[in-house]
Ligand binder design. Structure first.
Ligand code: AP5
Length: 212
């Protein structure tokens, strides 16, 4: 009996390009599992698991967590029954070894490359505020009704420790050196669609749905 491979979509783009924002909308529309390696790693850090302890220093320095740790975490995430029905990858793969491990395990239908000029990225990232439950705001573009308080849960909002201007620069350098080759790899397979990531999030979502 041949086992069917799970199918998925990759959302790729620079830090702060809007991958998480769009993945939430796509999950609602398509019913796919949303797998964010950044969210999984932050949860591991918060829970103080062994993975979290190993990952924390890299994340705080704006560096990538070693491939073997992230690949093992991803393999577990895509093996759930929910992911077998289809998944959206947000923040993975970011290096060529990660792309090769993914290609060996699943079928990727499309890679959505969210394009945002680097000069807009810093403002997006440094203005981001999060609730402990994972709701995402922006002080200018998507502010909560009451400053510093989550509309949905009433929790106090916080700023991610890697959302400082210095860390943004380190993360963008990693994107250039490690993740651009991943985009080129999938361009070679003819499955990359480029989407303008500047503008209203709902308009960007419409652009993505049009190319999927
Ligand atoms: P991760 O959490 O994946 O961070 P990232 O890729 O840097 O992406 P972000 O979460 O910063 O941004 P996003 O593109 O999701 O944008 P968002 O929608 O939030 O990774 C964090 C760290 O974990 C890494 O540095 C690394 O250490 C580690 N890690 C994770 N995956 C790894 C892997 N595979 N390998 C190794 N290490 C890994 O939007 C940003 C802000 O802009 C928000 O405030 C939002 O409200 C606002 N916004 C969104 N869209 C718009 C719009 N259209 N207009 C105006 N504002 C907007």
């Amino acid at each position: 009996m041949s086992e069917e491979r799970a199918k998925g979509i990759i959302l790729i783009g620079a830090p702060g390009s809007g991958k998480g924002t769009q993945a939430k909308k796509l999950k609602e529309q398509l019913g796919y599992a949303h797998i964010s390696t950044g969210d999984l790693l932050r949860a591991a850090v918060k829970e103080g698991t062994e993975l979290g302890q190993q990952a924390k220093g890299f994340m705080d320095a704006g560096q990538l967590v070693p491939d073997d740790l992230v690949i093992a975490m991803l393999e577990e995430a895509i093996s759930t029954p929910e992911a077998q029905r289809g998944f959206l990858l947000d923040g993975f793969p970011r290096t060529m070894p990660q792309a090769q491990a993914l290609d060996a395990a699943v079928t990727i239908d499309k890679v959505v490359d969210l394009q945002v000029p680097f000069d807009l990225i810093e403002e997006r990232i440094t203005g981001r505020r999060m609730s402990p439950s994972g709701h995402v705001y922006h002080v200018r573009y998507n502010p909560p009704k009451v400053e510093g308080v989550c509309d949905e849960t009433g929790e106090a909002l916080y700023q991610r420790s890697d959302d400082t201007p210095e860390m943004v620069r380190a993360r963008l350098e990693k994107f250039d050196s490690e993740t651009r080759p991943v985009i080129a790899h999938y361009q070679g397979k003819g499955i990359v669609v480029e989407v303008d990531g500047v503008g209203d999030p709902d308009e960007i979502f419409t652009r993505i749905m049009a190319v999927l």
